[in-house]
Write a protein that binds this ligand. Structure first.
Ligand code: SAH
Length: 366
């Protein structure tokens, strides 16, 4: 299978300088190109007026190939939530979602085309894995969001409660690896993408590491590796059940790494990074929403650096499951909170455009 073309976002700054000199240009041209991409969000040679006209085309063709083409855009929440369907060089299709809040903008990115984890309640899991995305293909989703915001194409920020909030809402402030794919199954490219997203300009986009969240089904060895990277990113663990019996069904990889091992890896991550781990839990009617499971979850998490993010199940095609009823959800929240564990219910965005958690999938003709 052929690989996506090389892009400057695949490379660290030193490697970019080398690549530029190999093209016969001075090394500092790499920094100029990088600023165009990471600070002005452009890959159009015509706009790079600080580069000699003769060099622009060649540099751009070699280091800024167009990786993703927008196939379709859907929006809801009055334009505050926008889903883009992208086509990659080989026809692979992926989706990203831009979510604007009064004080921040969150970009939800895909790390793989499809997903191999086969969680039965998640639409992405149903078609299997197509391929890993390259580092630059992941970064390109965020740069596209930043470009849309900078050009005013993603709504206005007048609703911001303060000037500081307005500044945060004018750029992509947060990135969550919660789109298609299992980020830790594409470890190398995802960690490189995190570095590109968080390195200061011109190395990268300059987003705060603390504002990046990597969500995983619980690939235990990779959680350990991530803890050792020296990054301050937030880890989210898609737990969905506190017991192996239910989790074996909901998150099939649990047959390999059990709840106890996943949580041990999460606590290790919290100890090494000092970051609170987010425990994701989709509430599914009569499947994992019983009071005893809330109690068990609370007791497993009590005393640890963790908070629970409950997600009302989003509908997916062909699934027999539905979201828990509101009183059951409230009872579940109380059952966890009784153990002194912080718990929130996710304000789910994008359900109307199949852009919410677990709904990202590319169906022909939809
Ligand atoms: N593979 C990673 C990244 C995807 S994150 C992971 O699983 O963590 C997407 C989040 O949405 C995960 O927590 C996932 O379990 C959850 N999710 C999947 N399908 C869902 C659905 N139908 N309703 C609500 N949440 C869902």
């Amino acid at each position: 299978m052929s690989r996506p073309p090389r892009h400057l976002a695949d490379l660290g700054l030193a490697e970019r300088r080398l690549a530029v000199t190999e093209l016969g240009e001075r090394a500092f041209r790499a920094d100029q190109l990088s600023r165009h991409y990471f600070a002005r969000f452009t890959d159009e040679p015509g706009q790079m007026t600080d580069l000699p006209a003769a060099a622009r085309q060649e540099l751009a063709a070699n280091l800024l190939p167009r990786l993703l083409t927008a196939e379709r855009e859907l929006s809801c929440d009055g334009g505050a939530t926008r889903k883009t369907l992208w086509r990659a060089f080989d026809g692979a299709l992926i989706e990203s979602v831009l979510m604007k809040y009064p004080d921040r903008v969150t970009m939800c990115v895909s790390s793989q085309a499809g997903c191999g984890m086969a969680c039965p309640f998640c639409a992405t899991g149903q078609a299997g894995l197509t391929r890993n995305l390259s580092t630059a293909e992941i970064v390109a989703q965020v740069v596209a969001g930043a470009r849309a915001l900078a050009s005013g194409g993603a709504g206005d920020v007048s609703a911001a409660p303060s000037p500081r909030a307005a500044a945060a809402a004018a750029r992509v402030s947060n990135v969550v690896f919660m789109g298609m794919g299992e980020p830790l199954a594409n470890y190398r490219n995802v960690v490189a993408a995190v570095r590109r997203l968080t390195d200061p300009v011109p190395g990268g986009l300059g987003i705060s590491q603390r504002s990046v969240t990597v969500s995983t089904v619980g690939l235990v060895p990779a959680i350990g590796r991530l803890a050792a990277e020296g990054l301050s990113v937030t880890l989210a663990v898609s737990l969905h059940a506190p017991d192996d019996e239910a989790r074996d069904e909901l998150v099939p990889v649990n047959r390999r790494w059990k709840v106890a091992e996943v949580l041990a890896a999460a606590w290790e991550y919290a100890a090494v990074t000092g970051r609170r781990v987010s425990i994701e839990y989709a509430l599914i009617k009569d499947v994992n929403d019983q009071p005893w499971r809330a109690g068990l979850l609370g007791s497993l998490l009590a005393g640890h650096l963790a908070h629970v993010n409950l997600i009302p199940l989003n509908p997916t095609p062909g699934s027999k499951w539905t979201a828990s009823l509101p009183p059951v959800q409230r009872e579940f929240v109380r059952g966890i909170a009784a153990h002194g564990v912080p718990v929130t219910v996710r304000d789910t965005r994008g359900r109307e455009i199949d852009g919410a958690c677990g709904q990202l999938a590319v169906f022909p003709g939809r």
